[in-house]
Ligand binder design. Structure first.
Ligand SMILES: Nc1ncnc2c1ncn2[C@@H]1O[C@H](COP(=O)(O)OP(=O)(O)O)[C@@H](O)[C@H]1O
Ligand SMILES: O=C(O)[C@@H](O)C(=O)COP(=O)(O)O
Length: 422
C-alpha cells in the first residue's frame, strides 16, 4: 500500500469525521484505532486516518502516540500527514496541539499551516481568531467544556502558550491572493523563526488554497475543513484509486439501536431533550451512583428491556452548572474517567448480547467505548449526519456491528431519533 495522504487524529469522533470527509472527496480510506497490528489486513486505500485518544492525555504521551502514528503512515508512503484536531481547537495551555505539531514538524523541518476552520460547519478563522457560528470561541458554549474549556479565541495566542517557538499568522488577504502568496508568507515566517503558522479561512473556497499550500509541505494541523482541502488537492492529482460505494449499514440482528451520550455540549443536551420529547426511551444515568462505583447493573437491565423492541438512549450528560458541581466535588479527571468507563462497560455487556447498532455521542466517550470493545479499524459507510459516518468493523472482532461516533457538537436537533431510524 502506498498512501497519498495520512492523518493522525487526536480523538475517534474527529477521526471518523475526517475519514468521512476524505471519502466524500473521492479518496478510498480506512480509519484505524491506533497504529494497527501487523497482522490486521487492511484494504487497498489512498488514505489512512489513525485515530488516537490523545486530546486530553498528558502532552508527552500525546507526542509519543502521534510520533508512532506519523512514522507508520510515512513508512507506508504518505507524503503529507494532517494532524487532525477539533474544529473548536479543544486543548489546554498544557497542550496538546502545540507539542504534537512541534514534535511532528521537527522531523520535517518545515513550518506547518494550522487551521481548524470548516465553513460548512460554521467554524471560521479570521485574523487568527476562531468563530463558532456567530460567536467568538471564548463566547461560545465551548467555554464550558468539561475537559478543555476554551477561554481565548486567538489561536495564535493559544498555540503560542503551548509551543516553544513563535507562532505566525497567514492572514485572509494572503489566502485570497492564492497558493503562491501563502507559500511566500510561510517562507518569511520560517526566516523569522516561527515554528508554525495559523492561517485564516472563512469560505469553503479558501480550503482549496489551504489544501494545495499545505500539500506543498509534509505536515499540517487542522480539522476536517483543512482535510477537505487536502483531499480535494490529492484527488485533483488524479492518482486516487477508483471511488468505492460506501458500505451499507447492516440489518439489525437485534431490533434496538443502543445510543450512549457522554457529551455535555449544548448541542447534545438539546438533542437528548428532543429525543425524550419525541418518545425515544431515555435513561439519565444516576451519576452520583456511578461515581460511588455502582449504577451500571440497573442501567443494563433497563437497556436490555428497551433494546428488545427498539432504541434506547443512556446519558450521563448534564448542563454546565451540574458538571461544575460534580467536578468541584470529585475532581474533573476522576469524573470523566469514571463516567466514560461506565458507558464503555454498558456497551461491552450489550455487545456481548449481540448488539448490532451502536451510536456514541462525545469524543472522549467514544474513545472509551471503542477501546473497550476492542475495535481495530473501520471501513466507511454513508453519513447519518454531517461529519458522522456509519462505521463498519474491519477484521473479525465485532463483525456485523455498525456504529456511529458523533462529536458532541455535531448533528441536527433530532439526531438521536434520526439515528435510531437510520
Ligand atoms: N455529568 C457529567 N459531569 C461531568 N463530566 C461529565 C458528565 N457526563 C459526562 N462527562 C464527561 O465529559 C466529557 C465529555 O467529553 P466528550 O465525550 O469528548 O464530549 P464532547 O464531544 O462534547 O467533547 C467526558 O469525559 C465525559 O465522561
Ligand atoms: O473537528 C470537529 O469538530 C470534530 O471532528 C471533532 O474533533 C469533535 O470532537 P468532540 O467534540 O470531542 O467529539
Amino acid at each position: 500500500m502506498s498512501l497519498l495522504l495520512g492523518a493522525v487524529a487526536d480523538d475517534y469522533t474527529g477521526a471518523s469525521d475526517l475519514a468521512g470527509t476524505f471519502a466524500g472527496a473521492g479518496l478510498r480510506v480506512v480509519q484505524t484505532i491506533g497504529v494497527p497490528p501487523g497482522d490486521l489486513a487492511l484494504p487497498e486505500v489512498d488514505a489512512v486516518v489513525v485515530a488516537l485518544k490523545s486530546r486530553s492525555v498528558p502532552a508527552e504521551r500525546a507526542v509519543a502516540l502521534s510520533r508512532a502514528a506519523d512514522a507508520w503512515l510515512r513508512e507506508r508512503g504518505a507524503p503529507h500527514v494532517l494532524f487532525k484536531v477539533c474544529s473548536t481547537f479543544d486543548s489546554t495551555d498544557a497542550g496538546n496541539i502545540g507539542p504534537v505539531t512541534e514534535a511532528l514538524a521537527a522531523r520535517t523541518g518545515a513550518v506547518p499551516l494550522v487551521c481548524p476552520a470548516f465553513p460548512r460547519n460554521r467554524r471560521t478563522v479570521y485574523r487568527g481568531h476562531l468563530f463558532v457560528g456567530d460567536d467568538r470561541l471564548d463566547e461560545s458554549p465551548l467555554k464550558d467544556h468539561p475537559l478543555n474549556p476554551m477561554r481565548d479565541s486567538s489561536l495564535v495566542r493559544t498555540l503560542a502558550r503551548q509551543s516553544t517557538r513563535p507562532v505566525g499568522l497567514v492572514a485572509l488577504e494572503t489566502v485570497e491572493a492564492g497558493v503562491e502568496a501563502v507559500l511566500e508568507r510561510l517562507a518569511l515566517l520560517a526566516e523569522d523563526g516561527c515554528g508554525s503558522a495559523v492561517i485564516d479561512a472563512v469560505l469553503d473556497r479558501h480550503l482549496d488554497v489551504l489544501g494545495r499550500a499545505a500539500l506543498a509541505g509534509p505536515l499540517s494541523t487542522g480539522a476536517s475543513g483543512l482535510g477537505l482541502g487536502l483531499a480535494r488537492a490529492v484527488a485533483g492529482q488524479g492518482r486516487a484509486g477508483p471511488a468505492e460505494a460506501p458500505r451499507p449499514g447492516r440489518d439489525a440482528g437485534t431490533p434496538g439501536t443502543l445510543m450512549l451520550a457522554g457529551s455535555c455540549s449544548a448541542a447534545t443536551l438539546g438533542q437528548i431533550d428532543r429525543a425524550e420529547a419525541s418518545g425515544v426511551p431515555v435513561l439519565h444515568l444516576d451519576v452520583a451512583a456511578l461515581l460511588a462505583g455502582g449504577g451500571t447493573a440497573e442501567a443494563l437491565a433497563w437497556a436490555r428491556q428497551r433494546l428488545a423492541s427498539g432504541p434506547a438512549l443512556l446519558a450521563t450528560s448534564r448542563p454546565p452548572a451540574e458538571v461544575a458541581a460534580l467536578q468541584a466535588r470529585f475532581g474533573a479527571a476522576a469524573v470523566s474517567e469514571r463516567l466514560e468507563q461506565a458507558l464503555a462497560e454498558i456497551a461491552a455487556a450489550l455487545a456481548d448480547d449481540g448488539l448490532s447498532r451502536l451510536v456514541v455521542a462525545g469524543g472522549e466517550t467514544s474513545g472509551a467505548v471503542v477501546d473497550r470493545l476492542g475495535f481495530q479499524a473501520f471501513a466507511l459507510g454513508p453519513e447519518i449526519a454531517p461529519g458522522v459516518p456509519l462505521l463498519e468493523a474491519v477484521g473479525a472482532r465485532h463483525a456485523g456491528l455498525s456504529l456511529a461516533l458523533k462529536s458532541g457538537n455535531f448533528g441536527g436537533p433530532d439526531f438521536f431519533a434520526d439515528a435510531a431510524r437510520a
